[in-house]
Ligand binder design. Sequence first.
Ligand code: ADP
Length: 493
Amino acid sequence: MTEMFKKLFSKLKIWRSLKVRLFIIIFLMGLIPGLIIRASILSSYEDRAVAVRQSDVQNQLKIIANHLITYNYMQDTSSEVINAELEQLSGLYSGRVLIINGNLKVIKDTYGISEGKTIISSEVIKCLKGTGMANYDDKNGFIEITTPIVETVSDQMATEAVPAGTELVRGVMLTSVSTDIITATMDILSRKVLIIECIMVVCLFAIAFVLANALIRPFERITKAISEVKEGYTNEPISVPDYLETEHIVDAFNSLQNRMKMLDDSRQEFVANVSHELKTPMTSVKVLADSLIAQQDAPAELYREFMLDIADEIERENKIINDLLALVKLDKAAAELNISVINMNELTEIILKRLRPIARKNDVELLLVSTREIVAEVDEVKMSLVLSNLIENAIKYNKEHGKVTVTLDADHQYFTVEVADTGIGIPEECMSQIYERFYRVDKSHSREIGGTGLGLAITRNAVLLHRGSIKVESREGEGTTFLVKIPLTHVMV
Ligand code: ADP
């Protein structure tokens, strides 16, 4: 049953509202102390009023008890003075006084009902032994008091058995006093408190409503500001510094927005770059074709020469498209990795074999240093891209009689591939940009040697997909060293 209530409660949309929760908390925080204060004020008033009444009556009773002895009332109840005093007392406190002698016989009842009767009650008997008591019966609304009627033995009355000064209990005054007046006062008090409480509830309701609204307002401002950004009215960073919490939310949103802006900018830049790169070979093809068309009776050699140039440009266009496709594939999720156990030494040798003709053409010596056998869990195709891009760059951007050294090494966790060349090097200020798409240090030189500016972007993406790292060190005019570090085992996430 409670589970059902819990479920129902959690489903109630209104209960999930922070504003409603704050409202209830503020309201209860005002109401509960109010109720506690009311209950404790009423109960302490009652205690105090009963105690005061009790002690008043007890004082009066003590005085009358003395008079009873003085006027010898226990033997003769005809004393006008005492009877008047007793009547006055019972009238004043709306009570009843019974005077009981040592034989437990009622000798006087201010109500005149029980005279002559015998009363046997533990309180009366206790009182005859000298111990008076007072009891408050809050259900029936009266205080019952027993007062011993004590006679002090005078010198004349003293005997050997009962010396002077001895206190003898001659009887008991059994008094019940009404507390109706206290109850009536309590009723008036509690009615007044109830009215105050009602006013308090209304005020609390209003205060809780206003406070809950005010406390929630910064969060509503955040929602509004985010909606405005979403609708595209503004791109400005949001600022809601009212609370630390709102500041954190807003900071997180602003950095998300910045990141999205950056992504959007880089996407736009990428599209512009792609269009430009794809257009360049097409423009060359058009120029070559146009000039052939313009020449009437052009010799066959010229045709052949221009067609070779056109074929080169188409080849270049092809290369850019292939690189772009490779890059797009690498941009997809890591799940795209096709992991298998690969012998890295063998893979590197295959790639070096494929690149040797280019190296020979550029008069560059290719060297492989393998310190140990490396078997790693990698994507063969992507790892081939990494190696061939780095080694091809090392050949392309080398000098005559240059050298490229590929060093393979491993520890128990990672394997490393170092590609060091003795080439032209990369200027210090360009180092941070070389992994960007279409970035080339020397655009015309790179184009001349068939670079697309995508090689290192592909390499870096492939390395990161393998949860590895890539570092570069270079000195202009002296050479460049790329160091790739990749885990030997692939951990799926
Ligand atoms: P590209 O297709 O032009 O070679 P990359 O992305 O592979 O494009 O490289 C980006 C740029 O970094 C190159 O244009 C070149 O200027 C520079 N670069 C890359 N590797 C080397 C290297 N080994 N030595 C000198 N410069 C290099």
